[in-house]
Design a protein. Sequence first.
Lengths: 98, 192
Amino acid sequence: MSRKDAVEGIIFQALKTLNQERGPDEQIDIGADTALFGPDAVLTSLELVSVMVDIETLAADEFGQPISLTDDEAMGRDPVPFLNVSTLRAYILELLGE
Amino acid sequence: MANITLEGEFVTLRPLAVDDAALTLAWRQGGRAAYLNVGAQSVEQQANWIASRPPSEYNFIIELKDGRPVGMVSLSGVDTTHRHAEPGRFLIGDAEAVQGVPAAVEAMKLIYDLAFGTLELERVHGSIPADNTLMIKWQKFMGMTEEGRLRNHFFINGKFQDAVWFGMLAEEYRAKVQPKMEVFIKAARRQK
């Protein structure tokens, strides 16, 4: 599996974990275009934080390298790197030095 | 109950009123409130509970700027001698309405600003059932430090659970948490 696929898999896993917290009629449709932040987002800010924290944990386990998605650098970027799954994947790969 | 309104950029915190009894009861009976204390079971009981809030408590409805009520939050146990209080009763009742809006972040920032700014408190604290992982992650992101555990403190969903005890000091809020919240809100502003 490529690192790109591995990162996407981690993001999907974090969103699946969030879906377990949601009701049957509130399930998030998970895909590369799933909007995470901004006007089109399907998450509340509370849920976004939960997903980011889970991704940080999963990425550290998978790659043996800590990444921070909830620091000022990530949130201060313009555009925000976690607008959707694709942009978040690109940002994580950047953090991993890809 | 203290009667003040807190204005943010995305949300307003206005005082909880007896007229909110039906709405807040419906929120509290929803799945997202599974970890809140068991409360009123009828609108009348909820109205009585709201009417009996003491002056030392600040209970709010979280409203979007278009006036839609989307949740609730409070600051209770305000102790002006020891200068601490407990943020809590935090619930986003209408999750769909706040998707893409930093309502939860800004509501908590307004509560912390009230605690550490207006009221000049030194510390806020609270406990969360150990199984409420979503809220534990949230509180850590919000700058809370885990200070300990109370074993088998809650009986929820048919089993005992530890209470995870969190606290935050005024200095920690000003140095780290407030700037982080402002960056988050600023990021949301750019996406408007």
